[in-house]
Design a binder for this molecule. Sequence first.
Ligand SMILES: [Fe+2]
Ligand SMILES: [Fe+2]
Length: 470
Amino acid sequence: MTGINYSEKIPNNVDLANDRKLQRALEQWQPSFLGWWGEMGPSDFAQSDVYLRTAISVDAQGWAHYGAVKMPEYRWGIFLADAVADRKIGFGDQMGAAAWQQVPGEYRSTLRRLIVTQGDTEPASVEQQRLLGHTCPSLYDLRNLFQINVEEGRHLWAMVYLLHAYFGRDGREEAEELLARHSGDRDKPRILSTFNEPVQDWMSLYCFTYFTDRDGKYQLKSLAESAFDPLSRTCRFMLTEEAHHMFVGETGLGRVIKRTLEVMKELATDDPARIRAHGAVDLPLVQKYLNFWCSSSLDLFGSEISSNSAANFASGLKGRPDEAQYTDHVLRETMIGIDTPGGVQQVPALNALNETMRESYLKDCEIGLKRWNRTIERAGHAIRLTLPSTRFRRSIGSWVNQPVDPQGNLLSREEYDRRLHEWIPSDEDRAYVRSLMQRVVAPGKMAGWIAAPDRGINNLALDYEYVRLQ
Ligand SMILES: [Fe+2]
Ligand SMILES: [Fe+2]
């Protein structure tokens, strides 16, 4: 069951050949997907050979095959993690009952909405990143960008499969709509606002993959707990792909910081102006990018108090990330404190699940910061990078539109407006970062603002030609 059948038009491990109707429906959607990729995917690299990994099984060990592929020929397909025998629902009011192999009628529209919302983010991120290839800092980075892009395309396939297989005509219509909405489109934007923010430079890409893909990881983890077993299995395999996206973010930012520290040492200064004059990204500017993307990604978890999340949990549709780590899986009796501008408010834990998820997400975000700060400390500098307070720059929840600084202090509106660009990139900062974005494509060479990675991809040398440009 773990093997993937590549002899069919749509590679899959769900025995698609034995469900002719579904196979036909998906084969009809396939050209629309390829059309979308051609129009909205990475611009201008269709003829390049890219050293990509493709899934060959869903085993934890050795699921990937590596080789040179032209992106439009990538074998996007449908890969579910292996079924767990006799899987039981692990949380909510139906805990202990058998997991569902079909969608219960009463949850149909809610479940469809959850799948569509997740599915919408996947092509959105490809659209956001479509121009980045032109300003890559190295072939290594260019390849990583394209790897992420094709996998987000595959994640769209993962959700479209569920829509087609389990939601009939409504599902097929939703699958069409997933290709009709576009990131930043005035008339038909993507569903979630973070996915309408353009990702125009590589600093933003590394922050996006560090913070926003990590939100994706936490959403997938909570959907992997779902009582709806096909959704759980799909998400479990998607998580194995997602890990690489966050690796790109963490190592990307780490390499930027490493290079900055080298320049600081060379010039014996921490003066941002001199560091910029030397073509590196000063650490206060790195902090501004972290503040911007972290606060934007925090909104993706929704309001602290949410009756929708409570209902989704109670009915078994969406659990908490790593549900097994908790002791209470029903949450009908526990209360927790929520931080609001009016003080700590006690609410039923069931209604505060978004906040619970946000907290575990932030713990995961801290890991990279600790590592970067150790490098900064070892280089002998006092500055430390931090995550902004969860109160900062929120556009949803109890701190919505509050004039709060990144440390969480409430300020006057006037002071907040005046100082905002001390905390997030100003137009001038962005223009500076844009000026650094010059494409570097000689094998093994890196742009001057970023250090080389520690190792190449799949044990290849750093100067391997990861993308053969045509
Ligand atoms: Fe994804
Ligand atoms: Fe991702």
